[in-house]
Design a protein around this ligand. Structure first.
Ligand SMILES: *[C@@H]1O[C@H](CO)[C@@H](O)[C@H](O)[C@H]1NC(C)=O
Ligand SMILES: *[C@@H]1O[C@H](CO)[C@@H](O)[C@H](O)[C@H]1NC(C)=O
Ligand SMILES: *[C@@H]1O[C@H](CO)[C@@H](O)[C@H](O)[C@H]1NC(C)=O
Ligand SMILES: *[C@@H]1O[C@H](CO)[C@@H](O)[C@H](O)[C@H]1NC(C)=O
Ligand SMILES: *[C@@H]1O[C@H](CO)[C@@H](O)[C@H](O)[C@H]1NC(C)=O
Ligand SMILES: *[C@@H]1O[C@H](CO)[C@@H](O)[C@H](O)[C@H]1NC(C)=O
Length: 420
């Protein structure tokens, strides 16, 4: 009994004597433990990936996706992500010694970030909202997935030229709040820095570095249906590609972020257990007069293939009211279910493959269906794990835990990352 009474008293005391919790946290208390993490998509719990399927023992952090911003600054929404699952997610994580974080925002959940952080008054209100949420669910961390400050994402986000500086001011206020002292704070970021008020990538990441434990660089969706040719979804490197194909990579992102003052041990690499599909006629798919797959072939943009069983399909309307087609996404298990790969993750009989040694990603092609998919295989994940280790990044986070097949990708990146 004495112990349980004593601890809160101590915590209270330290709050009152610490003049600047931000500095205390950034210098002394902040963990530098490696991050081995994945997102858990709540809406897939009833679609074949329940909590019991998570390989908890192989992670130290899981992010529950997503809590979404709402027009009411005092509220976050879990309606699109099976909110009743969140308490179970937290207790399962804790039972396995894993940190349970909420991922806040996402592609469809970022509508109200801009207005929520637009003024000092709103920032204070939103700080209270996210801390209350974290304490209510007994979370260990909050991850902000604002897609994207001062750069319209889904199409109907609130937006303000000062988004990036307002975001930093919000994060600093959150970090300084004693009630958030024990929370791990992270932000999902793109391959370049968030846009400043002039519309250019900011050159200064030090505000984020001071307020956050780490950023997660989302190194995926680099090429897809929006691109002019087929290309790597998740390139490790692109500085070895011809200039036209240098669309960003882990290498370019780490350079951009570290040049702007983000320490490497505060950068976590976001990796993809999925790929994007394209419809490519054989005349474009192969180098002429060969059966060798061509690099960066043209594709038929008016014929987006349907992805795997988790693809949202056609005919839906997104949160902005826009009609969307198929996403065309194949999870790693979906490549196996779809007959592109064997259960060992190698190309199936009759499937053509090309492994691009610059991006360190794979392409598979079914000539009959004319479907080409660029994705990460086991070798790609090993290359990324080795890169994380050699570059002394903080670790990795995989989208999404449920995308893997028998942990083949997870084991590959972990082995490479942890190899002495
Ligand atoms: C501040 O938040 C309120 C919602 O509580 C919103 O109505 C208002 O527009 C926000 N302020 C700005 C400048 O976006
Ligand atoms: C952006 O910030 C500047 C400088 O603080 C301010 O003058 C301007 O009104 C802000 N713009 C918006 C749209 O809030
Ligand atoms: C990226 O490509 C450049 C240029 O070829 C090369 O020097 C560098 O070693 C590559 N980095 C990685 C991590 O592959
Ligand atoms: C592209 O796909 C559309 C829709 O399936 C089809 O009508 C068209 O013929 C295709 N174009 C080529 C060049 O194959
Ligand atoms: C389906 O998902 C893709 C991303 O995978 C998205 O671009 C598209 O808008 C979604 N369609 C609908 C109807 O939600
Ligand atoms: C290629 O696609 C065709 C048509 O959809 C399908 O019948 C065939 O099984 C596929 N090939 C492989 C190896 O999966």
């Amino acid at each position: 009994m004495l112990f349980t009474f004593f601890v809160p008293l101590l915590a209270l005391t330290s709050i009152h004597v610490s003049a600047n919790p931000l500095d205390a946290r950034s210098i002394a208390a902040r963990s530098t433990a490696p991050v081995k993490a994945a997102w858990y998509a709540g809406w897939h719990a009833t679609k074949g990936f329940p909590l019991s399927s998570v390989s908890w023992d192989k992670y130290n952090t899981l992010y529950y996706s997503f809590a979404e911003t709402t027009p009411d600054i005092t509220k976050l929404s879990l309606t699109d992500s099976d909110g009743e699952m969140l308490p179970k997610f937290v207790s399962e994580a804790h039972a396995h010694g894993v940190e349970a974080h909420i991922s806040l925002g996402g592609w469809t959940g970022s509508l109200w970030f801009s207005s929520n952080v637009a003024t000092a008054e709103n920032r204070t209100a939103f700080v209270k909202t996210v801390i209350d949420f974290a304490l209510q669910y007994n979370l260990d961390g909050i991850q902000f997935d604002w897609e994207f400050p001062n750069d319209q994402g889904i199409g109907c986000n609130t937006i303000n030229v000062n988004d990036t500086e307002n975001f930093v001011a919000f994060l600093q206020e959150l970090r300084q709040n004693p009630r958030a002292a024990k929370l791990t704070l992270s932000v999902d970021v793109g391959l370049t820095l968030f846009l400043d008020a002039t519309g250019h990538p900011s050159k200064d990441a030090t505000g984020f570095a001071k307020a956050l434990d780490y950023v997660v660089v989302m190194d995926y969706e680099v090429w897809g249906s929006w691109s002019s040719t087929v290309g790597p979804n998740s390139p490790l490197n692109d500085t070895c590609a011809v200039p036209a194909n240098q669309q960003g990579s882990a290498v370019s992102a780490v350079k951009a972020w570290t040049d702007a003052g983000m320490p490497t041990n505060q950068i976590v690499l976001g990796v993809a257990a999925f790929g994007h599909s394209f419809s490519v006629p054989p005349s474009d798919a192969f180098e002429s007069h060969t059966k060798t797959l061509a690099a960066y072939p043209a594709f038929n943009a008016s014929n987006q293939p349907l992805g795997d069983a988790w693809d949202n399909g056609t005919g839906g309307t997104d949160i902005c009211g826009n009609h969307g087609g198929a996403g065309g996404t194949f999870n790693f298990w979906g490549l196996i279910a779809g007959g592109f790969l064997t259960e060992k993750g190698t190309p199936a009989n009759g499937i053509y493959e090309r492994y691009d040694t610059c991006s360190q990603t794979s392409y598979v092609y079914n000539e009959t269906s004319q479907v080409m998919i660029s994705f990460d295989n086991v070798q790609s994940f090993a290359a990324k794990g080795e890169y994380i280790k050699n570059t002394k990044l903080r670790g990795f986070t995989m989208w999404e835990a449920g995308g893997d097949y028998h942990d083949m990708l997870l084991d590959s990146i972990t082995d490479a990352f942890e190899r002495p």
